[in-house]
Design a protein around this ligand. Structure first.
Ligand code: IMP
Ligand code: MG
Length: 173
């Protein structure tokens, strides 16, 4: 098989920053008294870093790491918790920060375990969504960009741990 690498740019760095600034305003409008971001490592690290810098008002944050067991090319819905949160969610307005929602299985798992920890609310912000791939109906409250069913890298997203550093989103080919 030929080596796959980033080919076409799908979302430019400027488009990403512009959209994140709108998402930050939307989140602040809905939660003017502050939010607690829970970012999912590793893919969401860049999105979180840019999102918090555009947030007016009070912000706190924490990280989780999960790995989904793949069955072939699709995730199985079985998720393993690699790193748990450092702090409690009790009484907080929690926003899960994800890089991309594909089948929706990982996000469903995360929403379920975080809701069980006593937060006031749980909402989700994802930079990218591939609705045509959805296997479960999962609520995503803030979506950066809706994209077609293509494998993308950059801006935190990887292919075999490569290309996370790109400032834009590119299609692998
Ligand atoms: P889901 O459980 O199928 O929604 O899986 C979501 C996870 O799969 C994301 O958090 C990514 O880690 C990974 N993923 C899905 N699509 C892509 C892609 O196009 N590029 C890179 N990673 C992806
Ligand atoms: Mg991810």
């Amino acid at each position: 098989m030929a080596h796959l690498r980033p080919a076409e740019v799908l979302v430019t760095a400027d488009q990403i920053q512009q959209r994140i600034s709108e998402m930050a305003k939307d989140i602040h409008r809905d939660f003017p008294h502050g939010v607690h971001f829970v970012a999912v490592l590793k893919g969401a690290f860049m999105f979180l870093a840019d999102l918090v810098r555009q947030m007016p008002g009070d912000v706190s944050l924490d990280f989780m790491a999960v790995s989904s067991y793949a069955k072939g090319t699709t995730s199985s819905g079985e998720v393993r918790l690699l790193k748990d949160l450092d702090t409690t969610l009790d009484g907080r307005h929690v926003i899960i920060v994800e890089d991309i929602v594909d089948t929706g299985l990982t996000l469903t798992y995360l929403q379920d375990i975080l809701r069980a920890r006593g937060p006031k609310t749980v909402r989700t912000a994802c930079l990218l969504s591939k609705p045509s791939r959805r296997q479960v109906n999962v609520a995503v409250d803030y979506v950066g960009f809706t994209i077609e069913d293509r494998f993308v890298v950059g801006y935190g997203l990887d292919y075999a741990e490569q290309y996370r550093q790109l400032p834009h989103i590119a299609v692998i080919a």
